[in-house]
Design a protein around this ligand. Sequence first.
Ligand code: UDP
Ligand code: LCN
Length: 820
Amino acid sequence: SASSPAMLERSDSIADKMPDALKQSRYHMKRCLASFVKEGKRLMKRENLMNEIEKCIEDSLERKKIMEGLFGYILTCTQEAAVVPPFVALAARPNPGFWEYVKVNAGDLTVDEITATDYLKLKETVFDESWAKDENALEIDFGAIDFTTPRLTLPTSIGNGADYISKFISSKLGGKSDKLEPLLNYLLSLNHHGENLMINEDLNTVTKLQKSLMIAVNVVSTYPKHTPYETFSQRLKEMGFEKGWGNTSERVKETMVMLSQVLEAPDSVKLDLLFSRLPTVFNVVIFSVHGYFGQQDVLGLPDTGGQVVYILDQVRALEEELLIRINQQGLGFKPQILVVTRLIPEARGTKCDQELEAIEGTKHSHILRVPFVTEKGVLRQWVSRFDIYPYLERFTQDATSKILQRFDCKPDLIIGNYTDGNLVASLMATKLGVTQGTIAHALEKTKYEDSDAKWKDLDPKYHFSCQFTADLIAMNVTDFIITSTYQEIAGSKERPGQYESHTAFTMPGLCRVVSGIDVFDPKFNIAAPGADQSVYFPYTETQKRLTKFHPSIQELLYNEKDNQEHMGYLAEREKPIIFSMARLDTVKNITGLVEWYAKDKRLREMANLVVVAGFFDMSKSNDREEKAEIKKMHDLIEKYKLKGSFRWIAAQTDRYRNSELYRCIADKKGVFVQPALYEAFGLTVIEAMNCGLPTFATNQGGPAEIIVDGVSGFHIDPNNGDESVARIGDFFSKCGEDGLYWDTISKGGLKRIYECYTWKIYAEKLLKMGSMYGFWRQVNEDQKKAKQRYIEMFYNLQFKQLTNEVTIHEDKSLPLRLAS
Ligand code: UDP
Ligand code: LCN
């Protein structure tokens, strides 16, 4: 058949196959390439290429044949093409994480394989020719200084970094006993407030340790298995063993046997087991800088969304897990987790102006707030995450001293969140020599098309020059990276991942990043968040339902008078509700959903629409994007006469009532829709699913991985409103025909959640990373130092200069300034 040769040869490189592909239909290829170059320099995306081809090859049979052949295959891999006549350079991605670049001459159809650097230069030519020609243009190449760190090889292994590291380390530890020294040194380094744990200097050689372990196991075996550690601690101490092995003789013995076995013949299964028991983490710092970070009344404020929910749930899960482990280790220590954020004096009724706040649902965890300080003193007002860069260095210094004061020692683990928190975490971790993890939540680069190449246009508004530089620094400094999904790292067959888009990119006029991050680096780990299941539980659990909220939810949904909290009304209350909730950001596409609904007669007949998002009053918002969205929403309500079937509810901040709202919508056999143009993960998706509400979510980003289409919910294409609306409509009509269909999808969603998205699974994974990468940073120390030096230079010479371009906010508390 026509497609089989292409299939057979797919293992070859694109550059090898391109000449044959062109030969298969030289006449048409010439015409297509000529049309690509006829408009002069430009950057074309795959859709643009496809559109041109449609125009050039009019005969649809012929076109089909070509698209099914080699050329068609190459095109489906192509992400973009830089056209610089007579050349068309393709950036092709045959598999997640694998990129190839080829340059085709549109005149004579010759083909050359080119490097990422050469591709980027051609791409720059489209945007800034003189920079592209500058021989001394700044190139950033992290690959060149990191050549000893091992790499995964299979796309399917991406995201399992800790497993890989444990296999790699155990293979290194095998053989002669001197190979085991890194492990010995790691054990010797374990301590709490300077007090040794596990072993002390008496056991400073592998041989001594092995011998003593044998004797100690015999000693411990003489005690009944529930004997508390304290009973025989003195005898162990005389042999060089400190506390941390276990709380009972049974557990101590088990841990000792585990270590003996690892010392005898290391393998990754034993090493993992051992590491899950080592007392490595007690004090944790979690940075989430920009705020509003609080426990009440903050959600729905600009920039304050899932990250806050995620962190508070994470802290609860982490503390619980730490308490269990510390107890099993026989240690009486209190774990301390500090979430460090900015203190905002103008807190708008939130608690973000308080320095210290205990975290609900925990015993020992706190939020610590440290203000931004400039030459003019403390910055009083909220600052958008896009304008935050000038304050971060000083913030790190101030926060570090506060943290050290509170802990009275260094933290064992520092975790950053989002660009700003990750940068601050990197600075602090480097300074103190502490293991670090980062969590992006959402890398901004992939949210806006060509945000790198067009950075100059966007910089006044978004300061992407600072943001992408900070992201690169943090992802390269950190010991490990936590992601919520696979797609966040390496995307899908069709779409590059968020991290992957930092592999090779260019910001013409600023720097050409020829190797920014490698998605095969074993620092990447997928640990998906969950939703707090004591809050977000199925609508069917009637005895747990928070019925006290029902009157206020009735009023929120159905009261017909507009007020501060809601506008529009639902005339036909018996109809099911299409529900959505998000911050009123452009990418969340709430206005898009409203417009789809507004235009679709069938859906308006079948169901009402209710959205929770932002504010109604533009003057209440000081966020650029939010203002524009507010206006758009008002316009849509007018234009499509939505009152009567549409309810707009202002941002909601009570997660208990919100959970009950999801459930009330489920009671009436409604659905949840998450229509974002791009969603990094999408906590609302798992909240809705946890409540048993059938969910339609964007196929752009994380939700595509959370939901198995047609089984645990549905995917919708945010760029194809008609199709999305049709899918929702079809669902309702199918529910009409089949009384069990709604239930099937509801149950499918719940099943998916319980299998993959819970905080318990998350906390176990996180602690494994904390200890495994703590060990790995010691083993890989030299490489880490070399890279660190390079990064320091990048930070000082590039990043700090860029922050000078960002306006320092003045105190806006004066009414006069507020008006401007
Ligand atoms: N949320 C809320 N009130 C609102 C809008 C959102 O409580 O008005 C909550 C929502 O329940 C979820 C989080 O904020 O827990 C949003 O997280 P998601 O991952 O969906 O998006 P993000 O805002 O982080 O981009
Ligand atoms: C930020 C986002 O944009 C969401 O997609 C995530 O769910 C949230 O953070 C939590 O990680």
